[in-house]
Design a protein. Structure first.
Length: 254
């Protein structure tokens, strides 16, 4: 019987974690650790026996993950951009150009290979950094999304043939990608700064989940059939996670 209950305390390696459980529209149970709290999401459609199985599997994964103590994000910083920075997106190099505007809101636009940001008047130093980084992220995502969507369609047609309703680029700090039962694939925009094969590996991972919403042997066989060198791409992600501003994953999927 799992000890994961809403409001309960999970004790691992001398540390205590408050457990909060909520329903989700997905098909997998997930658990995310933030400080001394574990947020668990369980599919609302799961039958009681399946719910118990999911929670038991998550508890085992959490105990293994937390055996060495609470996860840490030490040394990991959100991606920041400044005037004159060069950003390489899917092999294309862009320059960030920041100018002081006089409007009440900041704005951004792409001019060929320049990502131009116009800052609102009266911003503090901290707000300037936030506005520049957010606008560059939006410009980069908008520029890259059509190509990424096309790549998802190519890999899907070649290997999977599953219905994909939508592709999204999002700024996520603890996962590289996710998918929903309705066919929406979400990818971390930071993958745009990784080698193309690494982006492919995450796309393939999520497409395979649309056939198998688990990490069963059948799931991994499908992934490695589509991409025999999948492990090399994943190793690159683990080695370069901090450089891309993403801590080593602290999320367990069930």
């Amino acid at each position: 019987m799992s000890e994961l209950k809403d409001g309960s305390v999970l004790r691992v390696a001398g540390h205590e974690y408050l457990v909060r459980i909520a329903s989700s529209t997905g098909r997998r149970a997930t658990a995310r650790v933030r400080g001394a709290q574990i947020s668990v999401r369980v599919p609302s459609t799961a039958e009681p026996h399946l719910r118990r199985t999911m929670l038991s599997e998550l508890e085992a994964k959490l105990r293994s993950m937390l055996a060495g103590g609470p996860p840490t994000e030490t040394g990991v910083q959100p991606l920041q951009f400044a005037d004159g920075d060069t950003v390489e997106i899917l092999g294309r190099r862009y320059v960030v150009a920041v100018e002081q505007g006089h409007a009440g809101s900041s704005s951004g636009r792409r001019e060929d290979r320049t990502l131009r940001v116009s800052l609102a008047a009266g911003l503090t130093a901290v707000e300037r950094v936030e506005h520049i980084s957010n606008l560059v992220r939006r410009l980069v995502s908008s520029e890259a999304l059509p190509g990424v969507t096309m790549r998802v369609a190519e890999l899907n047609e070649r290997h999977f043939g599953v219905p994909v309703r939508r592709v999204m680029l999002r700024d996520q700090y603890s996962r590289w990608g996710s998918c929903s039962a309705s066919g929406t694939i979400s990818l971390n925009f930071r993958l745009l700064m990784a080698p193309p094969g690494v982006l492919d590996s995450v796309i393939i991972h999520e497409l395979a989940h649309l056939k198998h919403m688990n990490h069963s042997p059948e799931f991994w066989a499908l992934v490695r059939q589509a991409m025999p060198d999948y492990d090399a791409a994943r190793n690159w992600l683990r080695a370069n996670a901090a450089r891309l501003g993403v801590p080593q994953p602290d999320e367990a999927d069930g």
